[in-house]
Design a protein around this ligand. Structure first.
Ligand SMILES: Nc1ncnc2c1ncn2[C@@H]1O[C@H](COP(=O)(O)OP(=O)(O)O)[C@@H](O)[C@H]1O
Ligand SMILES: [Mg+2]
Length: 245
């Protein structure tokens, strides 16, 4: 079977007036179809840089990323990114924001796609609302709906829930698992929240900094939905925490 995503020996060095930073070094991992991978690591270890490289928004210094065996040369509709802030257009409605970038040639198909997705994220009654009328959690759900509207093969998320209150975050986490299970995408979730990584990921990649490397990969042995209060969960969370900090 073709692998969905291959990250081969990615390195990234930034050069600036005050010197150079080796943000990533020899990052390699592969993902089969519809896997959910979490990435954790301390601030500055290169998580965002890695996600931007996979998204095609940043060029690596070494190595390459393949999506179904095709090298990434720039952004593409096979990948979607959800950033930490929702980045909506204030002058567009919820549905226009969610549909933004979908080609005109596909309007009919796109519209039925969009109906499904707005329903999945619970925003079907807010399609005509503008961003200023939405709570932070709703705005982030629009961003997630937009990411799903493209039917990407790979969904890249950079701390998508970190700005939300605890209750909304927890609901969104469950919604994400639902969406993922219903749509068979590969998800790469970057988070600094170890509980979240372990709650959602089938695999957790632990990074460390200077240079940014993957220092350990954990195969998470739990089914969904996960019991955060179970002894096994707490034990594994403690272990990962001890490896990150
Ligand atoms: N455009 C850039 N120019 C220079 N240095 C950068 C740039 N982007 C990131 N870095 C540096 O690369 C390292 C990794 O950053 P980042 O990927 O944002 O880490 P994380 O998301 O894990 O906090 C940091 O040392 C950061 O300062
Ligand atoms: Mg970051």
């Amino acid at each position: 079977m073709k692998s969905r995503l291959e990250v081969n020996n990615i390195g990234k060095t930034f050069y600036s007036d005050w010197g150079e930073v080796e943000a990533l070094k020899s990052i390699s991992f592969t993902s089969s179809k519809s896997e959910f991978i979490s990435i954790v690591g301390p601030s500055g270890c290169g998580k965002t840089t890695l996600l931007r490289i996979i998204a095609g928004l940043e060029k690596p210094s070494t190595g390459e990323v393949l999506i179904e065996e095709i090298p990434v040369r720039g952004p593409g509709h096979d990948r979607a990114v959800v950033f930490q802030d929702p980045r909506l257009f204030p002058w567009l409605t919820v549905e226009q924001n969610a549909a933004f970038g979908i080609e005109d040639s596909n309007k009919d198909e796109a519209k039925s796609k969009l109906d499904n997705i707005l329903q999945l994220v619970g925003l079907e009654n807010f399609r005509k609302a503008y961003p200023y009328e939405l709570s932070g959690g709703m705005a982030q759900r629009v961003a997630i709906a937009r990411a799903f509207a493209f039917k990407p093969k790979v969904l890249l998320m950079d701390e998508p829930f970190s700005a939300l209150d605890a209750q909304t975050r927890s609901r969104m986490q469950m919604e994400l698992v639902d969406l993922w299970q219903q749509t068979a995408k590969s998800v790469i979730l970057v988070t600094h929240d170890i509980s979240e990584a372990l709650l959602l990921g089938q695999r957790v990649l632990i990074m460390s900094s200077s240079p940014g490397i993957i220092k350990e990969t954990i195969e998470v042995p739990f089914d969904y939905p996960r019991d955060v209060d179970s002894l096994e969960f707490i034990k594994l969370k403690k272990y990962i925490t001890s490896r990150v900090y």
